[in-house]
Each structure stands twice: as structure tokens, then as C-alpha cells.
Ligand binder design. Structure first.
Ligand SMILES: CC(C)(COP(=O)(O)OP(=O)(O)OC[C@H]1O[C@@H](n2cnc3c(N)ncnc32)[C@H](O)[C@@H]1OP(=O)(O)O)[C@@H](O)C(=O)NCCC(=O)NCCS
Length: 203
């Protein structure tokens, strides 16, 4: 009975996603939305299969500015209040977990010295199985490798290698994570960190 209720809720969320994500260029099968999403698509905005958007009680914001590309991979889950904006290109891989209130921007929006003057964008690339914990921020030009973990409240200003846990402002490597031995990442998990066993960088 409770399984049936769960399946019904998923079906409702998949239908809701179809309705609310109509501005996207492409939305994969079984992508679900619970709550609100604000979509501004003046470029190319692609969501893969089985993407989960949890926009309750605060909506998620997805923005592709004119000519920009925003891509979210299969099985990635995005929590409430997250805001992702591409002026040039933001690519998020498969099975990532984007925590609540995370900000991912490939642009500063404002210039230094003259904040009314826009600055150039630089692409952001986030690999597969990456977990951005709550309220972390990824700045322009950053590449984050597969399986990396970004601790809550961190500001990622430089590239993060695969299977590294980073934290702080600006984010620095805290420790290295061991990739799950060749196994494909599970399609539906809340925290990719769980899929990797952690070992101290110094051990
Ligand atoms: C990623 C996380 C789970 C790692 O936890 P952990 O493996 O238990 O890490 P530890 O507490 O052992 O901390 C290891 C080191 O990282 C530091 N650290 C932990 N969290 C940090 C953070 N958010 N920012 C900066 N440094 C941090 C610790 O101070 C510690 O430093 P030390 O070795 O110099 O003492 C945790 O940092 C985190 O972000 N938790 C919040 C998760 C969250 O946001 N969930 C909500 C939805 S996604």
C-alpha cells in the first residue's frame, strides 16, 4: 500500500516536471519535480533522465542566459533553494547531489571597479557522482572531478581533483576519497560520499 502511494507520488512529480519544465530544451524520462522551479532558458537547457528536483519550500532556479548551455546529467538530484546559472556553459554530470542553497555560476555578473559592467564568463564543469553539501558555491572557470565532495558552506574557486573532499573559503583539499572499486555509481542515492570509502590523505 505504502509502495503504491510512493509510486503515485513519483508519477505525480514526473507529470509536474513535464508541466513546470516546459521552457527547458530537453527533459529526460522519469525526471521528477517536487515543489517549485524557476526556469529561464534563452540558450540550451538540458536535463537528463531521472533528475530529481526538490523545490520545496524554496524553489530551485535554473538559468541559461542567451546562447549559454546548462546541462544536468542523469540521476542528479538538486535540493531546495539551489541556483544554477550559465552565461557560457555549466555542465553537471550524472548522479550528483546538489545540496540546498548551493550556488553554481559561470560568471561574476558584475565587474570589479565598475560593477555595472558585466565580465566574461568561464565554463564550469562538474563530473559524475559529485556531492556539493548545503550552501556551497562553485565559481566561474572551475572543474570538479568525479566523486568529489564539497563540504557545506565552501566556496570553490579552483579546480577540484576527482575523489577529493574539499572545504572552506576558499575550498582546499581536506582528504582524498577512494573510488568504489570500478563499480558504476548507483542511479539513485542522496549522498555520493556514501558510495566512496574515505581514507585520510596522510594514511
Ligand atoms: C562533507 C561532510 C559530510 C564531511 O564530514 P566528515 O567526513 O565527518 O568530516 P569531519 O567532520 O571529519 O571533518 C574533517 C575536516 O574537515 C573540516 N571540515 C568539515 N566540514 C567543513 C566545512 N563545511 N568547511 C570547512 N571545513 C570543514 C573539519 O574541521 C576537519 O578539519 P581537521 O581535520 O583540520 O580537524 C561535512 O563536512 C558536511 O559538509 N556536512 C554537511 C552535509 C550537508 O550539507 N547536508 C545537507 C544536504 S546535502
Amino acid at each position: 500500500m505504502s509502495r503504491m502511494r510512493g509510486d503515485l507520488a513519483k508519477a505525480r512529480q514526473a507529470l509536474w516536471a513535464r508541466i513546470r519544465l516546459w521552457r527547458c530544451t530537453e527533459v529526460g524520462a522519469l525526471t521528477r519535480l517536487n515543489g517549485g522551479v524557476i526556469v529561464r532558458n534563452e540558450g540550451t537547457l538540458r536535463l537528463g533522465r531521472k533528475v530529481k528536483l526538490h523545490g520545496r519550500p524554496v524553489a530551485i532556479e535554473l538559468v541559461a542566459l542567451p546562447g549559454a548551455e546548462l546541462t544536468i546529467g542523469d540521476g542528479t538530484s538538486i535540493n531546495r533553494g539551489a541556483s544554477i546559472c550559465a552565461q557560457s556553459s555549466v555542465r553537471i554530470g550524472r548522479n550528483c547531489g546538489i545540496g540546498n542553497d548551493c550556488l553554481i555560476f559561470d560568471t561574476d555578473f558584475h565587474g570589479i571597479g565598475d560593477h555595472f559592467q558585466a565580465r566574461d564568463a568561464a565554463p564550469v564543469t562538474i563530473g559524475n557522482d559529485v556531492w556539493l553539501a548545503a550552501r556551497s558555491m562553485v565559481l566561474k572557470g572551475v572543474t570538479i572531478g568525479d566523486g568529489a565532495v564539497v563540504c557545506a558552506g565552501s566556496v570553490v574557486a579552483t579546480n577540484v581533483p576527482a575523489y577529493a573532499m574539499v572545504g572552506g573559503v576558499p575550498a582546499r583539499i581536506i582528504r582524498r576519497l577512494t573510488p568504489p572499486d570500478g563499480a558504476a555509481a548507483p542511479a539513485d542515492h542522496a549522498s555520493p560520499a556514501r558510495a566512496a570509502s574515505v581514507e585520510a590523505a596522510t594514511s
